[in-house]
Ligand binder design. Structure first.
Ligand code: SF4
Length: 408
């Protein structure tokens, strides 16, 4: 008998099993995501799934409500903690349309423990009447797609709102009973000076916004921006500027009491987004609508990202999604990927548990190298990316994936 085995299972495999069961324990509650795949116009940088034609909006909402009834047992009737309407632009729906979806969710799910109901919204949609109606039907968090308060940035991005509308949207949201507001910002936009980014951040601070997300501009394949850079010579983002902007964000957060709790997310203490935080903790979630993803602890499922095909599939009751079963190795790698995105990092003990195999040595060496180069740090039991490490997170995370383990 191999000294490293017990009942035919290696220590590493036993560890992975207990790690998986720990993950299972924390996944007691889940979230619901609703994808609304329509926008008023196409922003140049965007690669999300959306259509600017609203002609099949009613059919799509019928299909979405039908999908809610078809898949109500996907998470074994788990209690829900959060509901998140994303897109696309959910705020182009009328209140009655949103209410219809909420009512459908109430028919099929336990929602009495829901702590957060978020609507993603664009500034041009946020008038007081609309916001008050959202508040009345249960929404308690609005995530506003501001991106920038600077006209030049907004023009570069191809947004349809201007700075005045962006500010008015925040003022209307605050005046309509919402104190839980998040704003999205984009940085490293060509032409965006450091001071412009600082001004954006100060505006958010002055409105006492408790949460913001800040994403580095990236040029996505098949986006209008990618086409314009390639064919029309539009300026592209610069990596040195990205680094400078990232450190500006970090310094701003530190000196203004915002916690940098995930690569792209900042908040006042206690104002973390519950729904997205639960993704990073590996909790289960159920997504409805075209392109929406679901995860039940063992498999990942994603809906077709073509509105008409999604509608037809749901009405047939089949063929509107794809899925994959996750192996223990997939789950292990995913825990590394999700954990390292956050300021909590990952528990280094489970990496140490891989110590009796070849791959563990390679992994340990890579971690030691990253610590030596100040891309990663140890804090108690945790391994955490440093701010510099966040800048290279994609590479570091994929470098730490285990390749050869399987519990099959
Ligand atoms: S960025 Fe948002 S509003 Fe703009 S096209 Fe993409 S999903 Fe629509």
């Amino acid at each position: 008998l191999n000294a490293n085995c017990y009942n035919g299972k290696s220590k590493e495999k036993l560890f992975l099993l207990s790690f998986a069961s720990k993950i299972h324990e924390i996944r007691k509650m889940a979230g619901i995501y609703i994808h609304i795949p329509f926008c008023r116009s196409a922003c140049e940088y965007c690669s999300f799934h959306f259509s600017t034609s609203l002609k099949n909006k009613n059919d799509l909402l019928d299909a979405l409500c039908e999908e809610i009834s078809l898949r109500n047992d996907y998470l074994d009737r788990l209690e829900m903690e959060s509901i998140y309407f994303g897109g696309g632009t959910p705020s182009l729906l009328e209140i009655a349309e949103i209410e219809r979806i909420i009512n459908e969710l109430h028919r099929f799910f336990y929602l009495s423990d829901v702590r957060e109901i978020t609507l993603e919204a664009n500034p041009e949609d946020l008038n007081k009447e609309y916001l008050k109606a959202l508040h009345k039907i249960g929404f308690n968090r609005i995530s506003i797609g501001i991106q920038s308060f600077q006209e030049a940035d907004l023009q570069y991005l191809g947004r349809i709102h201007d700075s005045r509308k962006a500010k008015l949207a925040i003022e209307n949201t605050l005046a309509s009973g919402f104190d839980n507001i998040s704003t999205d910002l984009i940085y490293a936009i060509p032409g965006q000076k450091i001071q412009m980014l600082r001004d954006n951040l100060n505006i958010i601070k002055n409105y006492e916004i408790t949460h913001f997300s800040a994403y580095a501009l990236s040029v996505e394949e098949k986006s209008i921006l990618e086409y314009k850079i390639r064919k029309k010579g539009k300026s592209k983002p610069d990596e040195d500027i990205l680094r400078e902007h990232f450190y500006t964000l970090k310094d701003f957060a530190e000196s203004n009491d915002y916690q940098h709790y995930e690569i792209s997310n900042f908040c006042r203490k206690g104002s973390e987004g519950i729904h997205n935080s639960n993704y990073w903790k590996g909790k289960k979630y159920l997504g409805f609508g075209p392109s929406a993803h679901s995860f039940n602890g063992n498999e990942r499922q994603w809906n077709l990202a073509v509105n008409q095909k999604y509608i037809e599939g749901v009405l047939r009751g089949e063929g509107y999604f794809n899925k994959e079963i996750l192996t223990e190795k997939d789950k292990f790698n995913e825990a590394i990927m999700l954990g390292l995105r956050t300021s909590m990092g990952i528990d280094k003990k489970f990496l140490e548990a891989l110590s009796d195999n070849k791959e563990r040595h390679a992994l340990q060496n890579r971690i030691t190298g990253y610590i030596k180069n100040a891309l990663m740090k140890e804090e108690g039991d945790r391994l955490i990316l440093t701010p510099e490490g966040f800048l290279f997170s994609d590479k570091i995370i994929s470098d730490l994936f285990i390749l050869n383990y399987s519990l099959q």
